[in-house]
Design a protein. Structure first.
Length: 383
């Protein structure tokens, strides 16, 4: 770095008569190069005193500087994502720029631009103080995490939301609003809704909350061959993926008008799940879209069934003969005592489980060679 020439010396150089001075000796004595000596004189002749003021050594143009247009796009994405209640960090903005066909600058450059524009406060105290040991299931549907969180309606009514997340792909397989505190029946309904779209998981991880340790919920899962695991008390990190989902969901809800009814809340939940699964890059899976990971990764299910078996859920009214008709076709007899009641049938391959009022009524292996699936295999009265 060259030394700065004092203003007094600059003025002396500008105003001296070089015919009376040994320029080489003068420059040597004052540690000034001859090029700078004559440059100062030229500037003084053309600009006067203004030519004596030191000039910035920075280049007039920076070859790799981010264009103003791209900087404005970065700011636009930052504002848009923040207003939507979504992650608006530098990595997410880079993903959206790239997805839009923009030659995005590096994440560090985006961070500096946002800092310079006043959107980021570079406070070192905000950095995490501890890195938790992570674990991730090896396969899709190997493990789901389930938990309930709390929110309110516009009139202050407390509402629970049951959320379910696939541990491997981070796909939200279910988000169901519950009118009041969550019960085992509510947890089961949310689980069945998730199974209807994503199939059966091999295992389910939850905390020790009453809905998830209730006999109704755990016995139904056991009947389906699903292993259950509970985190130890006061250790939410075990269920960290669904806990983190709660935060992301609540941040998104906070950016919107508070719903007045459970139905309106459920509509918001459905909209968010679509964004989360299909439009939002997830940092925990390398900025990929959860649904893409779910659809392209190896899937497994309960050990009872083949990993290739498809799971379907059917809701039917029991007919006057005590039978449930499901596609296949199969007519499953469960008894006339249940006539006119709504049955939920979960079928995986040829294995079927029929539930009424959240209780398991019949478990069977469907005989694919016949349509009728009677309660008893021998004709006549049961013995």
């Amino acid at each position: 770095m060259r030394n700065e020439i004092p203003m007094s010396l600059r003025r002396a150089i500008a105003q001296m008569d070089v015919e009376d001075v040994n320029v080489a000796a003068f420059c040597r004595d004052h540690s000034v190069s001859r090029d700078r000596f004559y440059a100062i004189r030229r500037r003084y002749r053309t600009e006067g005193d203004a030519g004596l003021v030191p000039r910035s050594r920075a280049p007039h143009t920076v070859a790799n500087r981010t264009s103003a247009l791209v900087e404005d796009l970065i700011v636009t994405w930052r504002k848009h994502l923040a207003d939507e209640g979504l992650d608006a960090g530098a990595e997410t903005i880079k993903w959206h720029l790239t997805a839009s066909g923009i030659d995005s600058p590096a994440v560090s450059t985006i961070w500096r631009i946002l800092t310079r524009r006043g959107f980021i406060d570079p406070d070192p105290s905000k950095a995490p103080h501890k890195t938790w040991k992570r674990f991730t299931a090896d396969f899709v549907n190997e493990m789901w995490q389930i938990d309930a969180t709390h929110t309110q309606l516009a009139d202050g009514t407390d509402i629970d939301v049951v959320n379910i997340v696939d541990d491997h792909s981070r796909t939200c397989t279910g988000s169901r609003a519950v009118d009041g505190p969550t019960t085992g029946s509510d947890a089961w309904d949310a689980f069945v809704d998730a199974v209807d779209t994503y199939g059966l998981p091999a295992s389910l991880l939850s905390d020790n909350g009453p809905p998830f340790t209730s006999n109704l919920f755990t016995s139904n899962l056991a009947a389906l061959g699903i292993n259950t695991t509970n985190s130890r008390p006061f250790h939410p990190q075990t269920c960290g993926k669904v806990e983190r989902f709660h935060q992301t969901l609540k941040k998104w809800l906070a950016a919107r008008d508070i719903p007045a009814t459970v139905t309106q809340l459920q509509q918001l939940l459905d909209t968010f799940v679509d964004i989360y699964n299909n439009q939002r890059p997830h940092r925990g899976i390398g900025r990929r879209i959860p649904t893409d990971v779910f659809n392209t990764s190896t899937k497994i299910g309960p050990d009872t069934y083949s990993t290739l078996d498809e799971t379907t859920v059917h809701h039917n009214t029991v007919d006057r003969s005590g039978r449930v008709e499901i596609p296949g076709p199969a007519s499953i007899t469960i008894g006339a005592a249940y006539t006119a009641q709504t049955a939920t049938t979960i079928r995986t391959g040829n294995h079927a489980h029929v539930f009424i009022n959240h209780q398991l009524i019949r478990e069977l292996v469907i005989d694919p060679t016949r349509r009728s699936q009677p309660l008893y295999q021998r004709p006549g009265r049961p013995t």
